[in-house]
Design a protein around this ligand. Structure first.
Ligand code: ADP
Ligand code: ADP
Ligand code: ZN
Length: 214
């Protein structure tokens, strides 16, 4: 099974992809996570991407489609994939078709998570993650069960993303509205789009996704 989670910044794609990974034994491919790792490692890709990401704009289609193809080859043919944050433009959607067909994979579902704009800003400005295992948390909606200690790995250091501020979020939402939402009709024509109300709590959204995928 290969699926795309589509939705504006902060909609809950990463959170839900993490839950699906465990439940369906799939692999989450997040271009955002891969790009942040490249920035941290100061690779050529990271150097090109950093300023663009800090501004909330989109990194070039060539770069992101390149890293997706590379990661798929590392994973081999047997794992189902959850694409999280890719594709984000029509050009990336076309590249993904090629990338998948070359590897004998097909796309089974495109799931759009919809969340009100005010809730997105609230989710993004409260987001943080474990510096060690990258588990995501939220100041109000998903606190670690023991304050200051990661539930998953026991680490006690956390990080916030430099682009998770209200001003950059507005640019990222514009990019979503202008470039990403318009790719949905490509998949609607194939009858593989489902829409999920992302306004519920994390478990409610997870139940809605499970109902589509089971
Ligand atoms: P969010 O889910 O909060 O929107 P991501 O972690 O998916 O954030 O992406 C963070 C940033 O990384 C984006 O604002 C963009 O600059 C870059 N990025 C991630 N994925 C892509 C992509 N598929 N195409 C272009 N840029 C991307
Ligand atoms: P995305 O990958 O779409 O940018 P995330 O999964 O990182 O979004 O979620 C953004 C923030 O909102 C995180 O801090 C996460 O813990 C929190 N969050 C995710 N889903 C929900 C939800 N259904 N209700 C409330 N907060 C949520
Ligand atoms: Zn951790």
């Amino acid at each position: 099974m290969n699926i795309i989670l589509l939705g504006p910044p902060g909609a809950g794609k990463g959170t839900q992809a993490g839950l699906l990974e465990d439940k369906f034994d799939m692999a989450q491919l997040s271009t955002g996570d891969m790009l942040r790792a490249a920035v941290k490692a100061q690779t050529e890709v990271g150097k090109k991407a950093k300023a663009v990401m800090d501004a909330g704009e989109l990194v070039s289609d060539e770069i992101v489609s390149g890293i997706i193809g590379d990661r798929l080859d590392e994973l081999g043919p047997n794992k189902g994939i959850i694409f999280d944050g890719y594709p984000r433009t029509a050009a990336q959607a076309h590249s993904l078709d090629e990338i998948l067909s070359k590897r004998g994979r097909t796309l089974n579902h495109v799931i759009e998570l919809s969340v009100d704009e005010d809730a997105l800003v609230d989710r993004i400005t409260g987001r943080y993650a474990c510096t060690s295992c990258n588990e995501g948390y939220h100041d109000r909606h998903k606190k670690p069960s023991k304050e200051g200690v990661c539930d998953i790995c026991g680490n006690s250091a956390f990080k916030r993303r430099p682009d998770d501020n209200e001003e950059t979020v507005r640019t990222r939402m514009e990019e979503y509205r202008g470039k990403t939402a318009p790719i949905l009709p490509i998949y609607e024509d194939r009858n593989i789009v489902s829409r999920v109300d992302g306004m519920g709590d994390i478990n409610e959204v997870a139940d809605a996704l499970n109902a589509i995928l089971s």
